[in-house]
Every structure is written in structure tokens, then in C-alpha cells.
Unconditional design. Structure first.
Length: 681
């Protein structure tokens, strides 16, 4: 294990470099290094005879192949990851002694894995689900993992119920249907009979569950953690990631179609952005509560089904994460990375949140089966960049060659080393919280209010967001076959909002509920995506062109869009080039059949001369779908005819014209993301 410099900038990349191998232009060998002379024919007795056992190359190659797969993660199996760096804006010394949060000049290497929760490894990206947002900080004091989700609350309050919620939402055990979806009986049966789930279910039915991009999604540590400073003073803290591009979602019809058209939609988007140098950025925000205020709120701050409303506990922005490098090998890095909320550093500590306490057991345990033994910390992606020394030995796939004969403490033969470190010298000391109580299996009554915060969430939604929640409930519960479960769900959510539940009941053909109206009138504007950052940066538009298009003007428009951070793809009826009226060319990226309007944030149609009926119809489909999904549509030159025929002129988010003013208006409309005020039937 090599010693690393204090400022560990790029230290992870330097470490990984030792393990990277490029096989191109090399001679083919066995794993023993033997050069092989034949790789396509096995050793046989005669040219038409049986394969011989002696063929060690055949056996090694096929045996290795037979063992290529490892168990997928029991949850969060579908994911994608990238490398990056974290920087703190100002020293957090008053709150925490964590070294990576002290010095704005230090860049801490990070590895981030995004995921869906329910689907298996090959499932589609755009399903309705919670998203994981797990970050490993390779700090000079050891690895710190912030294992977060894109929603700030959880379904359950106690880790012991995790197998239950996961069994309920995973495909049903008798037929393994449905894949990557909560729209089935067992999930909703769980919900109705575990009412603590109400808050997260509201988030799951909202647009947050179908993010447009991993680059446009928040992350939340969910639990109350503890910051501890060098004086031993502690504060409660919640962690938030805020994407610089704002928080944006798909619409459900679009998400379902993308699942078929490009199941890799989100991972592709992240990969492409990083390849193009458009590095995704997220700011780190913290909410801090003083220990003396532990009981100052009308909810229990340790309850993971509760947010700390930002209007009550302000968000302090303290740093920035930049993702700037794709992985070299998906399996070696993304699949083998092992996160654990228990990987902490001095200055950060746990609280008594019973869900967090449960997690502290589960994550190491799962790696033992998934990664095949206790030495998974030696896999390059998991290895700390700082030195590590202890008396742990052996086990499957051990790589470290520990010298000497002492592997125990206390000893005299190695002068009592490796020796513990004092707190002053950076040794981790658990926060000495005073704990008292009888040994019980019971929960504090302060965890019992399951409906006030879901109502706060509902109150905070814009009209279109509310409608989407009602539509989502109607779809998801509409897939439930058990009538009693459907009614139980409607009755349960009447405790959140009576009118909402009545509308869902009406859509489902169930009996309207009769609960008392919730008295919560408070709203938290920070919860609505309508109040997020809106920018055209990071968006991708489809540009529909035909031969004879106005080349000079269109190229100028495309350049301006590009300068504003918008990527584009040229779509036409044939691959190759489209030639403009002044004989200038543009390369076609896609034909109408290799792409689809759901894969773009906006459509720009400039058309061309003499389009045939097939081109006309295909282009029309692109525009109609984009219109239905509330996306910006721009048209210039011959393209304007399509807007006229479809009576779209002057609809919100539809812009036609030429030149600079067209670009400005189009960019504004792209930035708005979706035009909910459009009349879509
Ligand atoms: Fe978990 C994976 C996030 C509760 C048990 N979890 C996992 C991942 C994320 C989360 C992002 C994927 C990590 C990766 O990319 O490899 N989990 C959460 C959050 C929770 C949460 C934000 C609540 C606040 N989880 C939770 C509980 C338990 C687990 C209560 C068990 C008691 N989670 C696991 C696991 C996984 C996992 C089974 C599967 C794969 C893995 O750990 O490495 O141990």
C-alpha cells in the first residue's frame, strides 16, 4: 500500500492507473501468460473428432466465461456511475472536523453511482421509481460514503421492515411480474398496511419519480446525521445535492415510451454529457439543527419519513461536486463499487434514526455475497487513497501481502503496532451521546404522525404537478386487481387530501372516501419543481431537415443554440447528408426510424423543398408527440407550414420565425422545460 500525499487531488485516478490495462495491439495469452497460437478452434482428435480434455486454453476460456456474472444488487441493481471531484466552498470547521470539508483548495476525488431501486440490472431507466445517488468520497482520512436517494424521505421508519417493503415492491414471487414497477397488488397492499409510507408514496407518485436526467435530479442523505467539530460539539445535519441544471422530469407517457425506444436513456445522457465535456455539477447543501433544538419541531427530527422544511431549517450551500470522467470498465468500477452509510470519517457521525441504524448492518453484509468475500475493500474502485493497516487477514481473493508474523493485538513483537490513533491525531471516536432506556421493541410516539408532511408536500405542488400525482395514483393503483386493496389505498390517502383521494376513487371506480379534512395548510415552495433553476443548458433537440433547406440561416441558428449549451441531432428521411438550397451540407444523425421525439427536449423543424408524403407524415408525428408532451417546438422557413396545418401557431412554447429573435425565444421556451399551459387533449 503506497503512502499518498496530503492533498489528495487526483489521487484516486493515480491509484486506478496502476490497474488499468489496454489489451489492444498485444499478443493473446492465457491467464498464465502463455502465448496462444489458436483461439478459434478447440483441440480435437481428428478434424471431425471430439474435443480433448487436454485443451487447457479452451477450458480456461470457457470456465472464466461461465463465471462472469455475480449476483446483482438486491436493490438498486440498475445503475450507472462516473468519477469526479468535490470541493468545499468555505471551511466547515465550526461544525465538523472532517478534513475534506475544511479547505476550499482541496479537491477530493469522488465516485458517484446513480440507480433505480426496483428493476433488475437490465431493466429500463425511465420507470417510475426512486433513484439512488450514492457518492464515495476518497478522503485523506478514509472513504466517506453518502448513500442517498433523489427523494428526501423513506417508506419505512425501521430497518427491520426493509425486506418487507422490498419484497412487496419487487416483481410478485409466483410469476416474477411486473418488472421494475410498483403498479401491482403487493406493493399497494404494503402501502395501505404500513401507513408510515404515505409521505414517500406521494413523492413516488410525483414527477420526481421520472427524472429527465441524472444531471437534473436532487440527492438527499435522508437521515439526520451528526456533524462533530474539533471541540467535540455536535450538530444534527441533513445532506442535499442540488443539480446546477435544475430539477426536471419527464411526463409519464413519454417515460413509458422511452423505456422501449431507449431503455438506456438516463445512462446514455450522463455518459454522453461527460464525453462531450459538459460536466454535470451538483452543489452540496446542509441543513443544520443545534442539539438544543432537537425537540423544537412538530415532527421528530430523527424520523426518516420527515423532511426538515427548508423554510424552517435553511439550506446552507457548502460545496460542489463535478462529474468529469466516465468509467473505463463498467463491471470493474460501476458493478464492483461497494457503498455503505457506515463508511464515515472523523467529524461525521450517526444518530439514532432507527432506519439508519438498520442500514449500518446491511451494507457490508450484502457485499459479502455480492462481491464474494471480506476483501472487497481491495478491489481498486473501493480502495481508500490513504494507507490502511490492521490485523485482518486472509479470506477469498486476498491481494495484500502482509509481511511479518504478527497479526494480533496486543503484541510486543511488532512494538504494539499497528497501533490505534488518539482522537487528537485523527483517530475516530464515536460521539458520546448519553443514552438511557429500557430494552424494548417499541417506537416513540413522536414518529406517529404519518399524514401532515404528505399534506405539506401536496399543498406545495403546482396545479400540473397535482394533476400528475392524481394521474399516477390512478395508473398505479388502477393496475391493482384486488378491490379491497384499491379501496384501502383510497381511504388511506384521504388522510392526505380528501379531494385528491376522491378524484382517484372516481378514476378507479371505488367508493369516495369519508375521512376528515386535513387541517395542514402550510406549503413549502422549495418542494415544487416549478421553482427550480430553468436553463436551456444541457438540453438536446431534434432538428428536422430535408434537402433544399435554408442552409446559411439554419446553420447560424444551430450554432447559436449550441453556444447556449443546447445539443442537437439532425433528423431526416435518409442517412448521409442533407443538402441545403445553397448546396451546403449537414450530416444526418438519425432517420425517422432510428430515433423518436420522446428522446428530445424540443423539436426544431426547418423542413426543406419538395418533401414527399412519407417525410411529411413522419415529421408531423415528431411535432405532434412533442406538442403532446408539452415540449418547446420551433419552426423556421419551410417548417412553419407544419405548425399552420396543425393549428399550433401561438400555442404556448411554440415559436416560429427567423434569425436572432427566433433563437432567443426558442431558448427561453426550451429553458421552461414544459409548457403546461398548452391546451393538450
Ligand atoms: Fe439502501 C443499496 C440508498 C435504506 C439496504 N441503498 C442502496 C443504494 C442506494 C441506497 C443509493 C445503491 C448503492 C450503489 O449504488 O451501489 N437505502 C438507500 C437510502 C435508504 C436506504 C437513501 C434510506 C434512507 N437500504 C436501506 C435499508 C436497508 C438497505 C433500510 C436495509 C436494512 N441498500 C441496502 C442493501 C444495498 C442497498 C441491500 C443493495 C446493494 C448494496 O446495498 O450495496 O444493502
Amino acid at each position: 500500500m503506497s503512502e499518498t500525499p496530503k492533498n489528495n487531488e487526483n489521487s484516486k485516478q493515480k491509484q486506478l492507473e496502476q490497474f488499468r490495462v489496454n489489451d489492444a495491439n498485444k499478443k493473446l495469452t492465457t491467464n498464465q501468460g502463455l502465448k496462444v497460437s489458436e483461439d478459434g478452434l478447440s483441440l480435437t482428435a481428428g478434424k471431425r473428432g471430439p474435443t480433448l480434455m487436454e485443451d487447457f486454453h479452451f477450458r480456461e476460456k470457457v470456465t472464466h466465461f461461465d463465471h462472469e456474472r455475480i449476483p446483482e444488487r438486491v436493490v438498486h441493481a440498475r445503475g450507472t456511475a462516473a468519477h469526479g471531484e468535490f470541493e468545499v466552498y468555505e471551511s466547515m470547521k465550526p461544525y465538523t472536523k472532517a478534513k475534506f470539508l475544511q479547505d476550499p483548495n482541496v479537491r477530493t476525488p469522488v465516485f458517484v453511482r446513480f440507480s433505480t431501486v426496483v428493476g433488475s440490472r437490465g431493466s429500463a431507466d425511465t420507470v417510475r421509481d426512486v433513484r439512488g445517488f450514492a457518492t464515495k468520497f476518497y478522503t485523506e482520512e478514509g472513504n466517506y460514503d453518502l448513500v442517498a436517494n433523489n427523494m428526501p424521505v423513506f417508506f419505512i421508519q425501521d430497518g427491520i421492515k426493509f425486506p418487507d417493503i422490498v419484497h412487496a415492491i419487487k416483481p410478485e414471487p409466483h410469476n416474477e411480474i411486473p418488472q421494475a414497477s410498483g403498479a401491482h397488488d403487493t406493493f399497494w397492499d404494503f402501502v395501505a398496511n404500513n401507513q408510515e409510507s404515505a409521505h414517500q408514496v406521494m413523492w413516488l407518485m410525483s414527477d420526481r419519480a421520472i427524472p429527465r436526467s441524472f444531471r437534473m435530479m436532487q440527492g438527499f442523505g435522508i437521515h439526520a446525521f451528526r456533524f462533530v467539530n474539533d471541540q467535540g460539539k455536535a450538530h444534527f445535519v441533513k445532506f442535499h445535492w442540488i443539480p446546477k441544471l435544475g430539477v426536471h422530469s419527464l411526463v409519464w407517457d413519454e417515460a413509458e415510451k422511452i423505456a422501449g425506444k431507449n431503455p438506456d436513456f438516463n445512462r446514455q445522457d450522463l455518459f454522453d454529457a461527460i464525453e462531450m465535456g459538459d460536466f454535470p455539477e451538483y452543489e452540496l447543501g446542509v441543513q443544520i439543527i443545534e442539539e438544543k433544538d432537537e425537540f423544537a419541531f412538530d415532527f421528530d427530527i430523527l424520523d426518516p419519513t420527515k423532511i426538515w422544511p427548508e423554510e424552517d431549517v435553511p439550506l446552507k450551500i457548502i460545496g460542489k461536486l463535478t462529474l468529469n470522467k466516465n468509467v473505463d470498465n463498467f463491471f470493474a468500477e460501476t458493478e464492483q463499487v461497494a457503498f455503505h452509510p457506515g463508511h464515515i470519517v472523523p467529524g461525521i457521525d450517526f444518530t439514532n434514526d432507527p432506519l439508519l441504524q438498520g442500514r449500518l448492518f446491511s451494507y457490508t453484509d450484502t457485499q459479502l455475497i455480492r462481491l464474494g468475500g471480506p476483501n472487497f475493500h481491495e478491489i481498486p474502485i473501493n480502495k481508500p487513497v490513504c494507507p490502511f493497516h490492521n490485523n485482518q487477514r486472509d479470506g477469498y481473493h486476498r491481494q495484500t501481502i502482509n509481511k511479518g508474523k504478527v497479526s494480533y493485538n496486543n503484541n510486543s513483537m511488532a512494538a504494539h503496532t499497528p497501533a490505534p490513533t488518539t482522537e487528537e491525531e485523527g483517530g475516530f471516536v464515536h460521539y458520546q451521546e448519553k443514552v438511557e432506556g429500557s430494552v424494548v421493541q417499541a417506537r416513540s410516539e413522536s414518529f406517529n404522525d404519518h399524514f401532515s408532511q404528505p399534506k405539506l408536500f401536496w399543498n406545495s405542488m403546482s396545479p400540473s404537478e397535482k394533476q400528475h400525482i392524481i394521474d399516477a395514483f390512478s395508473f398505479e393503483v388502477g393496475r391493482v386487481k384486488d378491490k379491497s386493496v384499491r379501496q384501502q389505498v383510497v381511504d388511506m390517502f384521504a388522510n392526505v387530501d380528501l379531494a385528491m383521494a376522491a378524484e382517484i376513487a372516481n378514476n378507479l371506480g371505488e367508493t369516495p372516501p369519508t375521512a376528515e379534512e386535513s387541517t395542514v395548510t402550510k406549503a413549502s415552495p422549495a418542494l415544487s419543481q416549478e421553482n427550480t433553476n430553468k436553463t436551456p443548458v444541457g438540453r438536446k433537440i431534434g432538428v428536422i431537415l430535408h434537402n433544399g433547406f435554408h442552409d446559411a440561416e439554419v446553420k447560424d441558428i444551430l450554432q447559436r443554440l449550441n453556444l447556449a449549451g443546447v445539443a442537437y441531432e439532425i433528423i431526416s428521411d435518409k442517412q448521409g447528408v442533407v443538402t441545403g438550397k445553397s448546396k451546403d451540407d449537414l450530416m444526418v444523425d438519425h432517420t425517422f426510424s432510428t430515433t423518436d421525439p420522446v428522446l428530445y427536449d424540443a423539436i426544431y423543424i426547418a423542413g426543406g423543398k419538395d418533401v414527399n408524403e412519407k417525410f411529411y407524415k413522419n415529421a408531423n408525428y415528431f411535432i405532434m408527440e412533442a406538442f403532446k408532451h408539452y415540449k418547446a417546438i420551433g419552426a423556421t422557413h419551410d417548417g412553419i407550414a407544419w405548425l399552420e396545418v396543425n393549428q399550433m401557431i401561438e400555442s404556448p412554447g411554440v415559436v416560429e420565425g427567423n434569425g436572432k429573435s427566433f433563437v432567443e425565444k426558442f431558448l427561453q421556451d426550451i429553458a421552461k422545460h414544459r409548457h403546461w399551459d398548452r391546451n393538450v387533449v
